[in-house]
Design a protein around this ligand. Structure first.
Ligand code: COA
Length: 255
């Protein structure tokens, strides 16, 4: 029987997804990716305030499974393998929930790319992050070149990826690759939850639109993105949720 390599726990309206293969430092094997994919599909229509992704043991994830990468026999297999991983991470990025990567330990290669597909990232102070693929003669293939560039600027991303440098949580915070630092694992989960709770009273649909619009801001045509912004905003303006909020504001002013 295949034991599960990804587990889920629920509490306080939050789903915690745990990569549970500490013996391989949660390397993103096909099994882990498939389980993650199934979980994302399953929770698509559920109702959570947010999702936290974490890793069991001394890594969030040490990246794509190098054994599997090595066994890919030709260009086509490698391409399909990477596209599958990209598809899952893009699906995670588009999930309607606020997602927080709670990093304790290594977040390298595909592990860091998984974190980059989340809405926010928090790491314990001893964590190590980076995209060291160049040291294996390759490059990030799960969206790292795109999402890191978008997050910290193409120039800073280029340097980090070309050097294959592994950085501390403090350095990651300074360049804007993570959003907060925690003392230890306990504080990490607390901070990850706090990020989610911060948005509890905000319109979840508007939040989702904001994430998507900010994510597409560095690609595509400005005019097209502006049209999408107007569409999303118009759909919020015409929703009962926003109408009530605006009415409340106007009535308060009249009093
Ligand atoms: N793919 C497959 N297995 C991996 C892995 C990965 N990305 N990262 C770690 N592992 C495995 C190791 O092979 C080892 O397995 P073993 O016990 O059967 O030998 C186990 O996880 C523990 O890792 P180990 O290297 O012994 O731990 P360490 O503390 O000495 O080093 C790292 C930790 C993270 C520095 C090191 O594992 C590493 O560099 N990993 C690869 C990081 C990387 O290049 N990621 C990008 C991949 S494209």
């Amino acid at each position: 029987m295949n034991t599960k390599k990804v587990k889920t726990d629920e509490g306080e309206g939050i789903l915690i997804i745990t990569l549970n293969s500490p013996e391989t430092l949660n390397a993103l094997s096909s099994q882990i990716l498939q389980e993650l994919d199934e979980i994302i599909d399953k929770i698509w229509y559920e109702k959570y305030s947010g999702v936290i992704i974490r890793g069991e043991g001394r890594a969030f994830s040490a990246g794509a499974d190098i054994n599997e990468l090595y066994s890919l026999e030709n260009f086509h297999q490698a391409y399909e393998y990477l596209r599958n991983g990209q598809r899952i991470l893009s699906k995670l990025e588009k999930l309607k929930y606020i997602t927080v990567a709670a990093i304790d330990g290594y977040a390298l290669g595909g592990g860091f790319e998984l974190a980059l597909a989340c809405t926010f990232r928090v790491a314990t102070k001893n964590s190590k992050l980076g995209l060291p693929e160049i040291n294996l003669g390759i490059l990030p293939g799960y969206g790292g070149t795109q999402r890191l560039s978008r997050l910290i600027s193409p120039q800073k991303a280029k340097k980090l990826i070309m050097e294959g440098k592994i950085i501390s949580a403090q350095e990651a915070l300074e360049i804007g690759a993570i959003d907060d630092i925690a003392e230890d694992n306990q504080e990490l989960i607390k901070k990850a939850k706090e990020i989610i709770f911060k948005f509890k009273d905000k319109n979840p649909t508007a939040l989702r639109y904001i994430v998507e619009l900010c994510n597409i801001s560095s690609s595509g045509e400005l005019e097209e993105n502006l049209r999408t912004e107007a569409l999303f905003c118009a759909s919020c303006i015409s929703s009962p949720y926003a109408k009530n909020k605006m009415k409340e504001f106007l009535e308060k002013k009249r009093k």
